[in-house]
Design a binder for this molecule. Structure first.
Ligand code: PLP
Length: 405
């Protein structure tokens, strides 16, 4: 059998910001015989999943499931709604915004890409100003990444919606929630989003391999006239067949078993408690970073991410050398610096299936790694985080208390 790690005992710490740790409950749910995807049991499975997903996306409209990574859902969002030569407005918040832009250009869209410093979210004032200038309404869509996984910086999505409305602009609004859905509060309908893009391997606690488009009526209307070529990614056939619980092509049956179980887990914990748990672990992590005397990449506290923290290395110290040391010594994976911040930051993922002591282990590994690599730091990081975890208490009732309630 393929050897998954070279360490003789204990569990690997997967602390990259996705894929995240898959709960044993989800693994067990997937470990069942694959069934006929045209049979009656399968239709029940699909309909229950689609119903559960609506709660997670906070939508009443369709959610399309693709057997693809998040990149597929990015493409689906664009090709279903836009036509060659259409203008779109995007913002350089980090590596994922940059990659989505590259895809848009490859597909023949004209991207107005507002430069950014990789340390801040999108400024709603800039959105408003750009759209007011566009009197002819050439811009067909505003695209935003809710949580930039490369930087640990969030964008205030309701504020962007308000900016589009203040400008009186009809552009579609598309949001990438790949590292925020089911980790950070997000509302597709209330926040006026037309296409929400998501993936399975982060807050949804599944392995990689599924991705999603939640779509508004306005997006569906746009898809009826959009001219970008599309076949596999078409929404209309999937939406039509989903009504009976089926898919136009073979779905990822066993990942759907896992999704069914993950949705049950999210329901049991309750989304507000899930979000509070993520915020509390993010705060503990930031306290650790400050306790080490290191700098957060995210500049603005209002934009701190609940799902990951990107940490800047002191000048002259390589973040990847630190990550390699920690992996070799403690069997823990941390996120690498991507794109413009490669080598300068490492990222601590604290999202998905996660608890206090997993975070303690993670932060201990980082603190020991800093010492082993002779990275200048104070020894107060773990102590600060532990003090916060102890003082802030569990964010919600225990499972037994919830069952009793
Ligand atoms: C915010 C964001 N968008 C898009 C992607 C691309 O998704 P995938 O790698 O699943 O194709 C990722 C991947 O981590 C991401 O974090």
């Amino acid at each position: 059998m393929f050897q998954l790690d070279a360490h003789p005992s204990g569990r690997h710490f997967l602390q990259i910001p996705g894929p995240t740790n898959v709960p044993d409950r989800v693994l067990r749910a997937m470990d069942q015989p694959t069934i006929d995807h045209r049979g009656p049991e399968f239709a029940r499975l699909t309909l229950e999943i689609l119903d559960g997903l609506k709660g997670v996306f906070h939508t009443t409209g369709p959610v399309i499931i693709y057997p693809a990574s998040g990149t597929g859902a990015w493409e689906a969002a664009l090709v279903n709604t836009l036509s060659p030569g259409d203008h779109v407005l995007m913002f350089e918040t980090g590596q994922f915004a940059t990659l989505w832009r590259a895809m848009a250009e490859r597909l023949g869209l004209v991207v107005d890409f507002v430069p950014g410093d990789w340390r801040s979210g999108i400024d709603p004032a800039v959105v408003e100003a750009r759209l007011i200038q566009d009197r002819a309404h050439a811009c067909k869509a505003v695209l935003a990444v809710h949580n930039e996984t490369s930087t640990g910086v969030t964008t205030d999505i309701p504020a962007i919606r308000k900016a589009i409305d203040r400008a009186g602009h009809p552009a579609l609004f598309m949001v990438d929630t790949i590292s925020s859905l089911a980790s950070i509060d997000y509302r597709h309908v209330d926040w006026g989003v037309d296409v929400t893009v998501a993936g399975s391997q982060k807050g949804l606690m599944l392995p990689p391999g599924l991705s999603f488009n939640a779509v508004s009526d306005k997006a569906i209307s746009a898809s009826k006239h959009a001219k970008l070529p599309r076949s596999y990614w078409r929404w209309d056939e999937t939406i039509a067949m989903n009504r009976q619980g089926y898919f136009p092509s073979t779905p990822a049956t066993n990942l759907l078993y896992g999704l069914h179980e993950a949705l049950a887990m999210l329901r049991e914990e309750g989304l507000p408690a899930v979000f509070a748990r993520h915020q509390r672990h993010a705060e503990a992590t930031r306290r650790a970073v400050r306790g080490w005397g290191l700098e957060l990449l995210c500049r603005n506290p209002a934009e701190y991410s609940g799902s990951l923290t990107a940490v800047l290395m002191p000048e002259g110290h390589d973040a990847d050398a630190l990550r390699r040391e920690i992996h070799a010594r403690f069997d823990m994976s941390l996120g690498t610096g991507l794109g413009k911040v490669a080598g300068r930051v490492f990222r601590i993922g604290h999202l998905g299936y996660f608890n206090d002591l997993m975070l303690c282990g993670t932060l201990c590994g980082v603190e020991m790694g800093l010492a082993l690599r002779n990275v200048p730091h104070d020894k107060n990081g773990v102590a600060e985080a532990l003090a916060w975890l102890q003082a802030s208490g569990p964010p919600t009732a225990t499972k037994a208390q919830r069952r009793a309630a």
